[in-house]
Design a protein around this ligand. Structure first.
Ligand code: IVH
Length: 700
């Protein structure tokens, strides 16, 4: 992939790059979290997120409302009951070197006023970072009531029956434990058990797991708990969610409590007094890593004082009081046997290297994504080349470099295709774009299949019976060519009835028809998302649905929006979170005759329900505050985070839409502006009192 340095990106390029990265991250989240079947390495994934974040930091006004920076993981899968976490289960930010770690501490010193003084020490707890899957165990009156996976961080899957089969997990807690407590930790498999499980799977012809983490996830998320019981899963406790009373003042003390209650802890852990101690611990764990008996991929550094943890709170998807310091990835050499090009939903071409299978750290690696043409050119990767690959926990690795000394003498430069490998239409590549696209549009079956897969996917029409294999099969038989055909499948007379096909009995066919029928009623937001319009992800679809509420209103507005500068165009742009790029994509989609006629026919088959807002909102949610002047009790960052946690928007300038202006010392012109607009002006104490009073009123 050509990576234009961020500072050299034009605003337009930055926008495109953000949408490309967001799409990629969502795709890989789905593979990782929902399918337990990742396609790229952790390192590659981290790289995507880091680049996304850096571009967002340079262009805050380009941040899409549905940016993956605000989200984590994928929605929970079907089959398990969903449970909402009382306290969200977030992930950790990653550090890759000492500088990253240094920046983490600088961030903390800039957040907590009393830590501005460098001589004030920040004590941390350091633990190994286990590569398993996280789980929250809820105990009420000291009895285990349920176990939930992380899911998307807010809603997870109810795996209670399965966690009850894990012997490391206590069913009851001793008397001294709080009445309500959620213990969080990692479910994992030992390396030996992982290898044995894969051996057994291969003897039985089952699917091999990419790594111990996927094996643990696959073992826990079994609808039949007896399968989980047969897998030797373990549990380490390292954190907690809701608790009815406080049980420690420091992380270190909390570890002791968890242990007293019967949990195993991540060992060997230490208390580190300073930066130097932390670095020593990191090096030590790297040395003993292979002797631990279970996979770890780094260390976790946590601020020891819980009152500081509380104040630091959370950024969008991770706490400010902890960070994962990852180990460098493992490397190995193998041979590129072939380079093939895949076609995505939008026509994007992704080249993939098929590798001579090789075992890297206990994992069989067979493929690597090559991203795009420039990546192949830059590294000059050719079929037959020996390449250095690296993986950091997953099955599909990165190609780091070519081992030129081992290049066969007759090797030829890889020729990137000029036509689509599926439909033979020409490929185009826009100026300044790294990706090539197939121009086949509707005639390209690869794109059509990808679009259909999106249409039936879980967050869209959610038609369970139509998996990838079935779609490909039905597509090639001509049974399903467009979304409309899905709803006509039952009445298809020209083909042999489904249940007369090999492999399809009456039961499976009627099950499929049932799931299609269930999908005939869909809410407006899911419907918009299902259309698969470029840049219009789940959050944007929800924004649009909550603005227009009814399908007819939405469609009328979208059709009109394709007239430049029409009122509908202006209205679309005025929606908070809809940028010009998105608006243009929408207008272009609804200006296409074939899209409109598809929609018209679809309407005869399905019912689109009005959008109903589910968010109750807190007293402050949606209100806007402006801070001005120097605050004395806390840093600006802390004040901002505290307000945001209560649902307030924090703005940089005063306007009619501002609800509160909070003034510190030397407030400047913003105070005057506030008085002009008649906006309540509060000093720091009044503000804190307002937050506290309103907060406690709401809790009553
Ligand atoms: S503390 C608010 N401690 O790593 C999150 N997490 O990449 C607090 N993990 O989601 C998490 N070992 O699943 C913590 N010693 C440890 C851990 C650990 C593994 C996992 C956990 C987390 C993920 C982040």
């Amino acid at each position: 992939m050509v990576k234009i340095p961020i500072e050299k990106l034009t605003k337009d390029e930055a926008k495109k790059e953000l949408s490309r990265l967001a799409e990629l991250i969502r795709y890989h989240d789905e593979r990782y979290y929902a399918q337990d079947n990742p396609e790229i390495t952790d390192a590659e994934y981290d790289e995507l997120r880091i680049r996304l974040k850096s571009i967002e930091a340079s262009y805050p006004d380009l941040v899409f409302p549905d940016s993956p920076s605000f989200h984590l993981g994928a929605s929970p899968s079907k089959g398990f009951k969903k449970i909402r976490h009382a306290v969200p289960m977030l992930s950790l930010d990653n550090a890759f070197d000492e500088q990253d770690l240094f920046d983490f501490f600088t961030g903390i010193r800039n957040f907590i006023l009393e830590l501005k003084d460098e001589s004030c020490q920040i004590e941390t707890v350091v633990e190994p970072k286990i590569d398993g899957l996280s789980c929250s165990l809820r105990y009420e009156n000291r009895a285990l009531v349920y176990g939930v996976t992380r899911g998307d961080g807010n809603v997870g899957e109810d795996v209670t029956a399965n966690v009850r089969t894990i012997s490391d997990i206590p069913q009851f807690l001793p008397d001294q434990a709080p009445d309500i407590v959620e213990v969080r930790g990692e479910i994992y498999l030992s390396d030996a058990d992982f290898l044995e499980l894969n051996n057994r799977q291969s003897l039985l012809g089952g699917r091999l797991f990419a790594n111990p983490r996927n094996a643990a996830a696959g073992s826990l998320r079994q609808l039949d708990p007896s399968i989980t019981a047969a897998r030797p899963l373990h549990f380490f406790a390292y954190a907690w969610g809701e608790s009815s009373s406080s049980f420690a003042v420091s992380q270190w003390e909390a570890r002791a409590r968890l242990q007293e209650w019967g949990f195993n802890l991540n060992e060997p852990a230490r208390l580190a007094q300073d930066f130097e101690a932390l670095i020593q611990y990191y090096r030590y764990i790297q040395q003993v890593r292979s002797m631990l008996g279970y996979s770890i991929d780094g260390i976790v550094v946590k601020i020891n004082r819980l009152d500081w943890q509380q104040r630091l709170g959370f950024a969008s998807r991770s706490p400010r009081w902890a960070i994962a310091w990852k180990f460098p990835p493992e490397q190995a050499q193998t041979v590129v046997e072939d380079i093939v090009c895949q076609v995505g939903r939008t026509g994007k071409i992704t080249p993939v290297a098929n590798l001579r299978p090789i075992n890297v750290g206990g994992v069989l690696v067979t493929r690597a994504s090559l991203h795009n043409q420039d990546e192949i050119v830059r590294k000059d990767i050719r079929v037959g080349d020996t390449v250095m690959i690296q993986r950091a926990g997953d099955v599909i690795p990165q190609i780091v470099s070519v081992v030129i000394s081992k290049r066969p003498s007759q090797s030829v430069v890889f020729k990137f295709p000029t036509v689509c490998p599926d439909c033979a239409s020409n490929l185009i590549r826009e100026k300044n774009e790294a990706d090539s696209y197939c121009t086949g549009g509707l005639i390209c079956s690869a794109q059509a299949i990808e679009r259909l897969k999106h249409f039936v996917s879980r967050d869209a029409f959610d038609i369970e019976g139509l998996g990838e294999k079935t779609i490909v099969e039905f597509y090639s038989e001509g049974r399903i060519r467009s979304p409309l055909d899905i709803f006509k499948l039952k009445e298809l007379k020209t083909f042999e009835p489904l249940f007369k096909k090999t492999g399809w009995g009456v039961v499976s066919a009627s099950k499929l028809f049932d799931s299609i029928d269930q999908a005939r009623r869909i809410t407006l937001d899911r419907f918009i998302y299902a259309l698969g319009i470029h840049q219009i992800g789940q959050v944007t679809s929800r924004l649009l649905a909550s603005h227009y509420v009814q399908l007819e209103v939405f469609l009328k507005a979208m059709r009109e929006a394709s007239t430049p500068n029409s009122l509908s165009w202006q209205e679309l742009l005025s929606i908070d979170g809809i940028g010009e790029g998105m608006a243009m994509e929408l207008a272009a989609f609804f200006a296409e005759k074939h899209n409109l006629s598809l929609l018209e026919s679809l309407m005869k088959e399905i019912t689109i329900l009005d959008f109903e807002s589910a968010s109750e909102g807190s007293y402050f949610s949606g209100k806007t505050v402006v801070f001005t002047g120097v605050l004395l009790g806390m840093t600006r960052s802390e004040a901002k985070a505290q307000a945001q946690a209560l649902g307030l928007n924090v703005a940089g300038s005063v306007s009619k839409k501002t609800d509160y202006v909070v003034i510190g010392a030397n407030p400047g012109t913003k105070e005057k502006q506030a008085r002009i607009f008649n906006i309540p002006v509060l000093n720091e104490q009044e503000w804190l009192a307002l937050l506290q009073n309103t907060d406690s009123r709401m809790l009553q």
